[in-house]
Design a protein around this ligand. Sequence first.
Ligand SMILES: NC(=O)C1=CN([C@@H]2O[C@H](COP(=O)(O)OP(=O)(O)OC[C@H]3O[C@@H](n4cnc5c(N)ncnc54)[C@H](OP(=O)(O)O)[C@@H]3O)[C@@H](O)[C@H]2O)C=CC1
Ligand SMILES: Cc1cn([C@H]2C[C@H](O)[C@@H](COP(=O)(O)OP(=O)(O)O[C@H]3O[C@@H](C)C(=O)[C@@H](O)[C@H]3O)O2)c(=O)[nH]c1=O
Length: 258
Amino acid sequence: MKSVLVTGAKGQLGKSIQKIASDYPQLHFTFADSKDLDITDPKSIAEKLSNKAFSHCINCAAYTNVENSEKEPEKAFKVNSQGVRNLALLCQEQQTVLIHISTDYVFDGEKGSPYLVTDTTNPINVYGASKLEGEQHIQNLMSAYFIVRTSWLYSEYGKNFYKTILQKAKEGADLSVTDEQVGCPTHAENLARYVLDLVVEDRETYGIHHFTDEESLSWYGFAQKILSENNLADKVRLEKAKNYRTFARRPKYSVLKK
Ligand SMILES: NC(=O)C1=CN([C@@H]2O[C@H](COP(=O)(O)OP(=O)(O)OC[C@H]3O[C@@H](n4cnc5c(N)ncnc54)[C@H](OP(=O)(O)O)[C@@H]3O)[C@@H](O)[C@H]2O)C=CC1
Ligand SMILES: Cc1cn([C@H]2C[C@H](O)[C@@H](COP(=O)(O)OP(=O)(O)O[C@H]3O[C@@H](C)C(=O)[C@@H](O)[C@H]3O)O2)c(=O)[nH]c1=O
């Protein structure tokens, strides 16, 4: 039986994997949150990853606060770059296949058409730069790995754009949302199924992969969809924001091509 370690298990992807784990009875799961396993601490990783206990490790641990990453870049790099390096070293030593999740924000958004896995990266914010460094450590240190880039994750768990918009709408706030960035919102459960299928199917197509849901939208378009799915479209005022103020720059167009 394949044995799968899931790090960052209390984040939205980690929880989505836990939700569907019973659909994969052929896999044995160990879920580790940041207290059980801190990827910035090599000793903490080695306590779990020893004696070749795991065939696969799905790394859901990350520093995902895009705005705070600009203010505290060292925190983003510590987890998304150094932490991932620690994990890659141990996985390589233990012959554990690493399935690592990365982001559309490794691209600058200037291409204007969907990004291929072979396209040049050029992050324009700290979070994207830290995630790119994480990817590079894995590529340099490992032979059996999947780097799965995805985008605009949402789910019932954690903090995400879907929940923020819904919350604001339910409070009766007027909404002002940018239409200046386009990407593919992706339900975390669909990504969870994709990564678990990678494990089950024993694929050895190692390297970088892109996985997103199909529809590309602006954040404004996504907000429209969220309101209409929740029968709130007639009840809330939604306007297109021009120059919505943020600390971090974000790619204008970050659709990923599978
Ligand atoms: N959210 C999104 O829109 C997107 C996310 N991604 C990537 O997908 C992956 C999953 O994202 P998502 O589930 O949304 O992220 P979340 O922020 O919901 O979860 C991340 C988890 O990582 C944990 N964590 C943070 N630091 C450490 C550490 N040092 N050691 C162990 N665990 C740690 C956090 O725990 P705690 O809260 O206890 O610190 C948290 O539970 C990440 O790699 C992210 O970069 C890619 C594209 C889009
Ligand atoms: C909440 C809100 C956001 N916005 C804008 C700000 C920003 O430009 C855009 C998205 O906002 P957020 O800050 O919610 O999303 P952001 O944190 O940028 O989301 C990103 O997270 C990381 C982890 C990823 O890897 C990316 O794929 C992407 O999902 O929408 C509005 O215009 N109006 C609003 O009311």
